[in-house]
Design a protein around this ligand. Structure first.
Ligand SMILES: [Zn+2]
Length: 469
């Protein structure tokens, strides 16, 4: 039995000592109980179901189904806890992360043996919602006390049936985080709960049935704030591009916009009378900052084209800013519908430039290879496809004049100060040989922070050779 299972067992024993869980629908509160405000009652409730995750997968719209089990408990006052066990499939090991809300503080740990950290900002807000989501009476009380005009609550028969928070998402525009409940039996416990949550780079829908419910007191130790805290680990939710990105010359006619804040590099390709931009990270506002930096350097040259390696948010999140600029999106066929969808997303709460000045999106697709060239520069976009081992369609950018290849997620990483080849680098080098591409230097978009922007092909070869098989 591993530590995780041991901890889980101790946890279950503790819960059983604090009150035997009754089966679903089996709670039959005494008449005095029904009059009590359910939001002030101790509660333990367990749900089980499926998490439908939309994130960094093979193609736009791909969903991953993950088994989910959630145990919520609260003292009915201002402390509550969520132990969330997820498992990819029957063969994979379950992982239990824990959220703990104590007053206005939110704590989190990735697994039972991991250290606790305190959440702040966006993460604290999302974490609090996740903890209250399993406890409808508590969520209703929290929702009403917030008095947020973007929050709406619906009830039926004195019980919460729907919580919705409208919010401005940096990439998706107007989205609704929501929790819905259905009830069969009398009493405060729902029969099912469905939650939809939008994170910066992914979103998910959780569909669960109630497995057990009890209103016995919850063991105090479960709701006690952790004594030792580690700093909160890296989170995408904390990242925003705050400064105008510096533009650095990479080679003749090739410039890099260094988006250190969001760990992403955009490449700007200069032609005689126009520009092309490659990779636009994470959100519409970030795309607009890239556009602003480019306009400042080349006030007379329009951005005529925008390209990206693959559909993940770090490469397409800022696309709308380029559409607003009038740039034609050049991509592979599997992304066309996705691009058209991005261009018409509603951005009413925080209108981005495209929402303020709508214009139709122009899309050009290519299956294998696409060239942009004039007398000064030449860009060859090549679909690397499934060989990327990442997405079905994946584009690499070759600049024959400069003998440069621009790639992302296929080169090198720096970990603990040491530069080493990423796991996909060997395949990339083999492909370069096979294609006979004249490439001397490789420029990388991600990972970029504290990492080399450019390596020679020979340097990457020796990194690959030095890597344990
Ligand atoms: Zn990716």
């Amino acid at each position: 039995m591993n530590t995780l299972q041991k901890t889980a067992l101790v946890f279950l024993v503790a819960l059983n000592l604090s009150g035997v869980a009754s089966s679903r629908g089996g709670t039959d509160p005494a008449p005095a109980e029904t009059k009590r405000d359910p939001a002030s009652a101790s509660t333990r409730i367990e749900y089980e179901g499926t998490l439908l995750l939309e994130g960094h997968f093979r193609r736009p719209g791909d969903l991953h189904r993950i088994h989910s089990r959630q145990v919520f408990c609260t003292d009915g006052r201002d402390r509550a806890r969520l132990d969330w066990t997820t498992r990819d499939d029957d063969d994979s090991a379950p992982v239990t992360e824990t959220f703990l809300v104590v007053g206005d503080r939110v704590f989190h740990r990735d697994a039972a043996e991991q250290p606790w950290s305190a959440y702040t900002g966006v993460r604290a807000r999302l974490g609090r919602l996740q903890v209250w989501a399993g406890l409808p009476a508590m969520l209703e009380r929290a929702g009403r006390s917030e008095q947020d005009p973007n929050v709406s609550l619906r009830s039926a028969g004195g019980r919460l049936t729907n919580f919705t928070r409208l919010k401005a998402h940096p990439r998706l525009g107007d989205v609704r985080d929501s929790v819905e409940y259905s009830y069969l039996a009398a009493g405060p416990a729902p029969d099912s709960m469905t939650m939809t949550l939008y994170l910066r780079d992914s979103n998910w829908r959780l569909e669960q049935r109630t497995k057990s419910f009890t209103s016995e007191p919850v063991a105090d130790a479960l709701l006690t704030p952790p004594a030792v805290l580690e700093p909160a680990p890296y989170s995408e939710e904390d990242e925003t591009l705050v400064a105008m990105p510096p533009l650095k010359a990479i080679a003749a006619g090739l410039w890099s916009a260094e988006l250190t804040d969001i760990d992403s590099r955009t490449l700007i390709v200069e032609f005689a009378d126009h520009l092309a931009v490659i990779e636009v990270a994470v959100g519409s506002a970030n795309g607009e900052r890239i556009v602003a930096a480019v306009r400042r350097k080349w006030p007379g040259k329009p951005i005529r084209y925008v390209l990206f390696s693959h559909y993940h948010p770090s490469y397409t999140g800022g696309l709308r800013a380029l559409v607003a600029e009038g740039a034609t999106v050049v991509t592979t066929p599997g992304n066309e519908e996705f691009v058209r969808h991005v261009a018409v997303l509603p951005f009413r709460i925080q209108p981005d430039r495209l929402a303020r000045q709508p214009r139709p999106v122009k899309v050009v697709t290519f299956a294998d290879r696409y060239e942009l060239a004039d007398s000064t520069n030449r860009l060859v976009a090549i679909n690397y496809g499934e060989r990327s081992q990442h997405t079905d369609e994946f584009v690499l950018f070759w600049f024959p004049q400069q003998k440069v290849l621009f790639e992302t997620e296929h080169g090198w990483v720096r970990s603990n100060g040491t530069l080493r080849a990423g796991r996909r680098a060997k395949g990339l080098l083999g492909w370069l040989d096979e294609q006979g591409l004249d490439v001397e230097r490789i420029v990388q978009s991600f990972p970029m922070r504290d990492n080399e922007a450019v390596l020679t092909r020979e340097q990457l070869k020796s990194l690959v050779a030095g890597r344990a098989p």
